[in-house]
Design a protein around this ligand. Sequence first.
Ligand code: NAD
Length: 329
Amino acid sequence: MKILMYSVRDDEMPAINAWAKRNQVTVATNQEDMSSQTVGLAQGYDGVVIVQHAAIDSAVVYQKLHEYGIKQLGLRSAGYDVVDLPAAKANDLIVTNVPAYSPRSVAEYSLAQTFRLIRNLELFDARGAHQDFRWGGLIAHEIHTLTIGIIGAGRIGGTAARLFHALGATVLANDLVENDDLKDVLTYVDKETLLKKADVVDLHPDLNPSSTHLLSTAEFQLMKPSAVLINASRGPVIDTKALVTALKEKQLAGVAIDAIEGEQEFNNFDLTGKTIKNQQFVELQKMPNLILTPHIGFYTNVAVQNMVDISLDDAKKIIEGGQATHPVE
Ligand code: NAD
C-alpha cells in the first residue's frame, strides 16, 4: 500500500514516519497543496491525504483521482470546506476528516490569551519596548474574580469551560443546543445577557449561517468597555470592519484573534518586508492590546500527532475495503 500526503510540514514527519513503520505502509510526502497542477503526483498511489487553506481549484482533481483508481480523499483537518463534496461523491471518493484532533489545543490557546489580556502583558511589553517601566493604569484582574462568556460550547468551548471553571472563574455559555454534561461547570444564558455580563468573551462556534458575523456593531455595543474578546474559531464569526470601529471607539479593552476573514493571505507565510493587502488586518495590527496569531490554536504536539494518525488510519481502512471512522457526509 502506498499513500501520498500533500502539504506536509517538517513537524509532521516524526508522526508520519512512526505511523508508516507501525502499519508497514509506504507513505510519501510533498509540500504542495492539492490542485489541478499537482493532482498528477498522486498517480501510482492507493490513497491521498491533504491539508490546506486554499480550496481545491477544479473538478478535474476529483476526476483524475478517480482515474488513478483512488477511492478516498483524506483531510487531516477538521474543516473540509476546501473540498467540493458533490464533485468528490460523483467520482466515488470517500472524503474523511479529523473532527476532533485535540479540543485541549484550542481551549488552552484561549486560556493563554485570556491571561495575556487580563494581565495587560501586551501593553506592558509595548511600554517596556521604549523603556517605560511604570505600572500605572494597568492593574490586572485575577481569573477567579471574572465572568467568562463562551459562545459555542461544543468540543472546544466545552473544554475551555472546564478549564476556566477549574481556575475558579464564573462561566456563562450561549449555544444553540444545551449540553447537560456541562451544567456542572457553566450556566447557559442568551447571547445578549452573556455579552453584557462577560469580562472575557470567548468564541468557539462552528462556522454556519447563524454564526457568520455573530459579533458585529450591535453586539460590540452590548459588551463592557473593560471586556476582552478571543476568537480562535473561524474568521467570519466576527465582522472585522465592525471590530476595527469598536476598538477605535474603545467599546472593548483587548482582543486576541487567531482566525480572521482573509487569513489565507498570510497564515504560515513569511511576509517580512512585504505589503499585506488586507487593510482591516493592517489596521488591527497597529492597535494596542490587540494580539494577532496566524491560526495556531490547533498547533500543539498532541493535535499534530492525532491529525496524522487519524487521517492515515481512515485512508488505510478505505483502501483495504473497510469503513472509514470519520467520513464527511
Ligand atoms: P463543535 O461543533 O464541537 O462545537 C461548536 C458549537 O457551537 C456547537 O455546540 C454548536 O451548537 C455551537 N454553535 C453553532 N452556531 C452557534 C451560534 N450561532 N450561536 C451559539 N452557538 C453556536 O466544534 P469544535 O470542534 O468545538 O470547534 C469549534 C470551532 O473551532 C470551529 O469553528 C472550528 O473551525 C474552530 N477550530 C479552530 C482551530 C484553530 O486552530 N484556531 C482549530 C480547530 C477548530
